[in-house]
Design a binder for this molecule. Structure first.
Ligand code: DNO
Length: 349
């Protein structure tokens, strides 16, 4: 396992020096943020990120994300030019030493929460998702803004996109994903860059838009679309675990044994009536079997990347929801501790 930490580039309030001081930190997870979706990233920008990381003793082996243009997800005739640009990004990143690219195939919105600062009994706050709050949200009124959403959409663009998605159901979305993969995976193989799709978060359709990377059945289907080790997963425990019927530890064991997990996002959530609340990473703080998940990784000798996913805001910290320093650093240390314990037990056997 290689421990990583998401870093939003020079604009991030968390300096690389701090990230480096988290024990066992290996690489940053970052991206070029100032280029519109669908365009090619400049080599200068890619190398600037790499040099910044390396001058602080860190690698830049994981990119999250190279976003996928909506025309690709919609399967429009214009998709090929965006796929060409995507391919060029894979090539450029591969040349810069990147080994893994995380992306998602969620229509219009990335991860969705209904409140960003729900205060818990201990005074910390975190992101939550409550179905009754979602029912009151109107994504088309132009007033909503959430950290996972692209704020560059104008109200009219969003309306148009929602219209276009009326022609796309789950089957069509799978077909469009298959087309995209059939073009990019051969390039990823050539460049030795592992592609790692992020599951849909939450793992069900929202606002009438389709979502497909949601369950074991659909992930099995996804992996078969192009049956190559380079067509793999970012296994996000909190995303898949929001479905109470999903046994996340069992999925980790299955897909790690197949060599198809390239990146792990580890976080815990507490399942509540109609939704979930993000908690500290520790086993006892939420509903997920975090220890069982790490045990499965150890049993499979997982050597891919791991990052502590969203943290709560604690100790008075303010900042990007889910992406403060303190709780994510605690999460990294917790994951390291559990991992090292399982490794030691394995060596002794
Ligand atoms: C949320 C993240 C996601 C993830 C994308 C990958 O915190 O896990 O935004 O980066 O879905 O494309």
């Amino acid at each position: 396992m290689k421990m990583t930490f998401r870093w939003y580039g020079e604009g991030d309030r968390i300096p690389l020096d701090y990230i480096r001081q988290i024990p066992n930190m290996y690489s940053v997870v970052t991206a070029v943020y100032d280029v519109p979706v669908g365009e090619v990233w400049s080599n200068e920008s890619i190398l600037a990120l790499k040099h910044a990381a390396e001058s602080h003793g860190l690698k830049m082996e994981v990119i999250e994300s190279v976003p996928v243009h909506e025309d690709i997800k919609l399967g429009l005739p214009t998709r090929d030019k965006y796929i060409d640009a995507y391919i060029e990004n894979i090539r450029r990143l591969g040349r810069a030493g990147v080994k893994c690219i995380c992306y998602n195939f969620m229509p219009v919105f990335d991860w969705t929460r209904t409140q960003l600062d729900k205060v818990a009994a201990d005074g910390s706050n975190s992101l939550v998702y409550y179905a009754d709050q979602l029912a009151k949200m109107d994504p088309l009124n132009g007033e909503l803004s959430l950290p996972g959403w692209d704020s560059s959409y104008r109200k009219e663009d969003l309306k148009h996109l929602f219209e276009q998605y009326k022609a796309v159901d789950d089957e069509k979305l799978f077909e469009n994903l298959g087309y995209f993969l059939s073009r990019i995976i051969p390039v990823a193989e050539e460049c030795d860059v592992r592609m790692a799709i992020h599951p849909d978060d939450p793992p069900w359709g929202i606002f009438g838009l389709p979502r497909i990377i949601t369950s074991e059945k659909n992930i099995d289907r996804f992996l078969k679309l192009v049956d190559s080790p380079y067509n793999g997963l970012t296994l996000c425990t909190g995303s898949l675990g929001a479905d109470r019927n999903t046994d996340v530890a069992a999925l980790v064991r299955k897909y790690a044994a197949m060599g198809r997990i390239h990146f792990m996002h580890i976080r815990n959530i507490r399942l509540v009536e109609g939704g979930f609340e993000e908690t500290a990473h520790d086993q006892n703080c939420g509903s997920l079997d975090i220890i069982g998940i790490i045990e499965a990784l150890s049993d499979c000798d997982y050597d891919g990347y791991v990052r502590p996913d969203h943290g709560r805001m604690i100790w008075g910290e303010t900042g990007k929801p889910g992406y403060g320093l303190f709780d994510r650093a605690l999460g990294a240390s917790y994951i390291n501790g559990v991992w090292e314990t399982f490794r030691r037990m394995k060596e002794k056997k």
